[in-house]
Structure formats: C-alpha cells, structure tokens
Design a binder for this molecule. Sequence first.
Ligand code: BTN
Length: 327
Amino acid sequence: MYKEKILNILRLTKTGFRSGEELARKCGISRTMVWKHIKALESEGFGIEAVPSQGYRITSVPDILRLDDIRHGLKTRIMGKELHLSPRIESTNTLAMQMASRGALEGTVVIAESQTGGKGRLGRTWISPPGNLYLSVILRPDIPLHKAPCITLMGAVSVAVAIRTACGVEAGIKWPNDILVAGKKVCGLLTEMSAEQDRIRHIVLGIGVDVNMDPGELPSEVRALATTLKAETGQMVDRAALLRQVLRDLDHWYHVFLKQDAEVLDEWKKLNMTIGNRITVSGAGETLEGLAQGIDLEGRLVVKLGDQSVRHVAAGDVTILKGSGAM
Ligand code: BTN
C-alpha cells in the first residue's frame, strides 16, 4: 500500500525530485521505510534516480502490467470491476469461460502477460509471447441468441476506437473481427459462448493485440500480413494505458449495443475496410468471390457474386482483392 502511494507520488511528479522526507511525511512512515519501498520498486524494474539532498525521481517504468496501473483512473461502469492478471496461463478465454460458468460477474476481465495455448479463430493458434495484450471479458447480455455474433462486432469497434485514441493511428476493421493498421493485422477477437435453447448463459470476448513484441516473433506465414503497434507508431506503447482505453471503449459500446444495436453496426460500417471492395471469402469448405455489399443485422457479410446472387456469410477469412471496386 505505501509502495503504491510512493509510486503514485513519483509518477505524478513530471519534473524534479521528491525528497525522502516529503514521501515519508505523506505516507506517515519513516525515511528508512521509504528507502525500502524504493528498493522494492527497483527490483520490480522501475528506474529510480536517488540524489542526495534532492530525493527520488522515476527515470523509467518496466513494460509489465500491474493491476494498480490498469485500475488508475479507469472509471468504467462494469468493464474491469473485477480484474484477474496472470503472468502466464494457457488461454485467457479458457480461464474466463471456466470463471463464467462458476458465476463470475459480468465485466470480469482476465488478463495474461503471455499464453501457452492462445486460441485464434477457426481452430488456429494465437502466438502469445510477453509484450502484447491478451484479455478476455465476461459478458451476460440479455439478447436473442441470433444477435450474439454482433458482440464480436461491438468488440471490434471498441478496440479499433481505443487503438486510435491511445496510439494515434488509423485503425480499421476487416470483417468480421480483424483490426488492421496500415493494411496489416494488429488485433484479433475470438468470441466463445455458453447457451441453452434460445438463452445466452454467458459470452467471453477474447482480444489479442500485438503491441510491443518484436514482429520477428510472428510466425513466418503471417509476417507479411501482420504488424505491431510499436512498429506502426515507432515507439514502445504503454500497455496499461491502452488496456484502460480498451476497457473504457468496451464499457461505452456495450451499453450502446444493449440499448440500440443498430448504432454499433453503423459505427462498425464507418470503421470497416471490407465493404465496397471485391473480395474472396473462404470458410466452410468453399471460397466465394464477389463484392462485399454490407453486413446484415446479425453481423453476417453480404456478398454479391458474379452471377448477381447474394450470399450472407456467417464465418470465414476475407481477402480484399487488389484494384477492387464495384462489379
Ligand atoms: C483471431 O484468430 O484473429 C482471434 C485471436 C484472438 C486471440 C485472443 S488473445 C486473448 C484471448 N485468449 C485466447 O486464447 N484467444 C483470445
């Protein structure tokens, strides 16, 4: 508790030093105790300069997620009221699904620094080394089952908006749920659900954002198609700040979705990079080629084929064809 208080005071001091005496007075502890907490912060990776007769100042912060940082100024209604942070687990989605079936609150967020069995869409693996964001959010929406896919669209809108706000880059969405920057993937979303008859028990919205990892760690087959936020911004990204922004935007767009889902679809359309392009979409053993005309109220991609017939596609991988436009 005193360690966090000292850290907060030092972090709020943009320039100059804070003396050991002042820190001791503000915390109501001795200067020796202040020194012990400073040593503990250094062992956690904080760079702290100590100058005799001036005091302490922070020179660098470690790229590790800390619950206090994530909670700092979060101010959400439900997202992240319960936070679980692990250094390394198999999959945040798997743990969140287990927690949800044991009754975890809506808005509970499971975060990991790395995953040993990260899951991607269509049964793929999601490479999950340290340095990125891996989180899963438990939701309990009172909506008809056929609207469940729209939760992924709501998640994609939230993450794209959050990346724009926190990193100042033009993030867009490729149907159904890839977030792209400069035409390359930086984030994927994986939604899992437990339902009975026509009732949703819970949904887990999993989000993986490639933030500070070295792009060389990406599997060679996706290296040309994927990037990281660090590579696109040219600097290390504050992951706690990005995570807070993701939770704030999820909080906002989830409430919009529950009141008026069409508003989320409108925002998705504004951010999307798929509609209006000639595409191929592969899934369920076939590849279709046509014009991506829009999405329907259930989040399915509406594709007009060469023979003018129209298909509503629920799942698949989209490739945007070069030099595309209306057919
Ligand atoms: C995709 O294939 O594009 C979706 C990737 C989703 C990855 C995230 S990382 C956090 C959460 N836990 C998982 O095991 N998967 C999702």
